[in-house]
Design a binder for this molecule. Structure first.
Ligand SMILES: Cc1cc2nc3c(=O)[nH]c(=O)nc-3n(C[C@H](O)[C@H](O)[C@H](O)COP(=O)(O)OP(=O)(O)OC[C@H]3O[C@@H](n4cnc5c(N)ncnc54)[C@H](O)[C@@H]3O)c2cc1C
Length: 503
């Protein structure tokens, strides 16, 4: 595959004015933006409140076990590769997984999802007793919708007229009817399939951006296409390697990282950002700021102005409760990605998005990188990242919820795996919505900024540039085009394009 570097994507010789840009936050989008702006010839300073980079792409080492603390599923690695020099691309070794996930249903049946689409369709048709053509037809339709919408909704600013006047934009508008915006994901799936287990399987893709399949528009049914088309990947040194390699590339391009420097305010005069104030009371002037911090926090705390109404009203995405467990034995029935479904998915999402409580039978996700990366756990052991989706932080008693959730999780896993799991946990660490918020600055601990439950949510997200300030830009999971690694990387691409076109 050929990756186009920025110099080739834009005609870099046209970029004559070198400016100094300050990026607030070293999450994946901040790192990608730093690389892109440095390649355009700008001077880039990255301000990070903590002593290390990566934000949600964190790492934890405990008693001989290594855990990636945040994202575990890596799709579309090409968006990382296009940022890297050739030698770094070779160094960044990534495994494409032959099996996407092991599913455990509440009736104790098990289904293994092959990454090969044809094999999946055959397996699924037999396991769920559904028409193979209906399953492959659904995936084909997902592809068509993706191909039409990606150039408009994912690769460009939604907030620029030029996006809609290009041929791809006009084609996108002409095909809006295909997006099924007026049906929910679940309604669309129920029309196509009869087996509730297959409907549950496809509904789960709503959680890839923290949404509810019973509310989110059927447009999100494009997500399975992305997983089957581009695959699930794991870097040979774990997810943290994505942040590591981006930092290595940034340093090579002269990006200046300023750790332990929390930005207290982004200062402005009339329509211009003039400087940043740090917690240590230093004030630093700047030509422009790219905020890689949750947009609501940027307005409320850093700019000290009201959050625009449409952004303020957008519902937060779900959050997560994660147990990192060092396990002292191996489980041959488990793979790298595993899901233990709730019996009633509808009730689980009602708890997450309506009553904002813990469901007594949560769907459990277990990620075990030591299945591939042997050094991530002692021999005869496994590193379990055990996650359930929970509501964003609304002041709930998270200590109590964590205790209850642990009881529910242990009971369910012990039943499915026919062994008392508690007896095999040798070390533990926990991440809840409050710690997600305090460590990464995400509003209320939501994983993906705002949810996509409203059919207009794509238009309600913060755009990649400010309407109020000429030299303020936004990247990261809370802004257009959305949360998750691939979309964060696309936000960086859009920001650098907007800056390139402006200067
Ligand atoms: C548990 C979990 C599981 C996930 N699973 C997946 C997955 O499997 N696949 C996937 O694609 N995505 C997943 N995601 C989502 C994905 O991790 C995020 O969308 C993405 O990493 C967000 O990156 P970002 O660029 O928005 O920055 P963030 O990671 O949010 O980082 C923001 C950075 O800004 C810094 N910062 C904040 N305020 C300030 C300030 N005032 N001054 C200086 N620095 C500041 C923070 O310290 C942080 O380093 C998951 C997230 C979590 C938490």
């Amino acid at each position: 595959m050929i990756y186009l570097h920025l110099e080739q994507q834009f005609n870099i010789e046209n970029c004559t004015k070198s400016m100094q840009f300050s990026i607030v936050g070293s999450g994946i989008a901040g790192l990608a933006t730093a690389i892109r702006l440095a390649r355009l010839g700008h001077q880039v300073d990255v301000f990070e409140q903590h002593s290390t980079y990566g934000g949600k792409l964190g790492v934890l080492e405990m008693d001989g076990y290594r855990f990636d603390t945040g994202p575990s599923l890596f799709t579309m690695p090409q968006f990382v590769r296009e940022l890297l020099d050739e030698d770094l691309n070779q160094k960044f070794q990534v495994e494409k997984l032959p099996i996407l996930c092991h599913y455990f249903f509440s009736d104790q049946s098990r289904f293994q999802v092959s990454a090969n689409q044809e094999a999946f369709v055959n397996d699924a048709s037999q396991f769920f007793i559904e028409d193979a053509d209906a399953i492959s037809g659904f995936l084909k339709k997902s592809k068509i919708v993706y191909d039409i919408t990606a150039p408009v909704f994912l690769e460009n600013s939604l907030h620029k007229l030029s996006t809609y006047t290009k041929p791809s934009g006009l084609r996108g508008i002409a095909n809006l009817w295909r997006l099924e915006m007026f049906k929910t994901m679940n309604q669309s799936l129920e029309k196509r399939f009869t087996n509730p287990k297959l409907i549950q399987f496809f509904s789960r893709y709503a959680t890839y951006n923290g949404s509810d399949p019973y509310q989110a528009p059927a447009t999100l049914n494009v997500i399975p296409h992305l997983e089957f088309e581009y695959g699930a990947h794991l870097p040979k040194l774990g997810m943290r390697q994505i942040a590591d390699i981006l930092v290595e590339q940034s340093l090579r391009l002269g990006v200046n990282f300023r750790y332990n420097q929390k930005v207290k305010s982004i200062n402005h005069h009339n329509q211009m950002i003039t400087s940043l104030s740090l917690e240590n009371n230093q004030e630093l002037s700047t030509d422009g700021v790219i905020a890689n911090v949750d947009a609501k926090i940027v307005y409320n705390k850093l700019l000290n102005i009201d959050v625009p109404r449409k952004i303020d009203h957008a519902e937060n995405s779900s959050s997560a409760l994660i147990f990192y467990w060092g396990i002292n034995r191996t489980f041959s029935e488990l793979d790298i990605h595993n899901i233990f479904f709730a019996e009633s998915y509808r009730d689980e999402f009602k708890a997450i998005f309506k009553t904002h409580t813990l469901h007594h039978d949560p769907t459990i996700y277990i990620n075990i990188t030591s299945k591939l990366i042997k050094q991530d756990a002692p021999s005869e052991g496994e590193n379990w990242f055990v996650m359930i989706n929970v509501p964003y932080n609304n002041g709930q008693d998270w200590d109590q919820i964590t205790q209850q959730a642990k009881t529910f999780i242990l009971q369910k896993l012990s039943e499915h795996l026919k062994v008392n799991i508690q007896n095999h946990i040798v070390c533990e660490s926990v991440l809840d919505p409050v710690t997600i918020e305090s460590r990464t600055g995400s509003n209320k601990g939501s994983l993906y900024g705002s949810s996509s439950n409203d059919r207009m949510s794509a238009f309600f997200r913060q755009s990649n540039f400010s309407n109020q300030f000429d030299n303020l830009y936004f990247c990261g999971g809370s802004v257009h085009p959305g949360g998750g690694i691939p979309l964060c990387l696309l936000s960086a691409k859009i920001v650098s394009k907007v800056i390139f076109e402006k200067n």
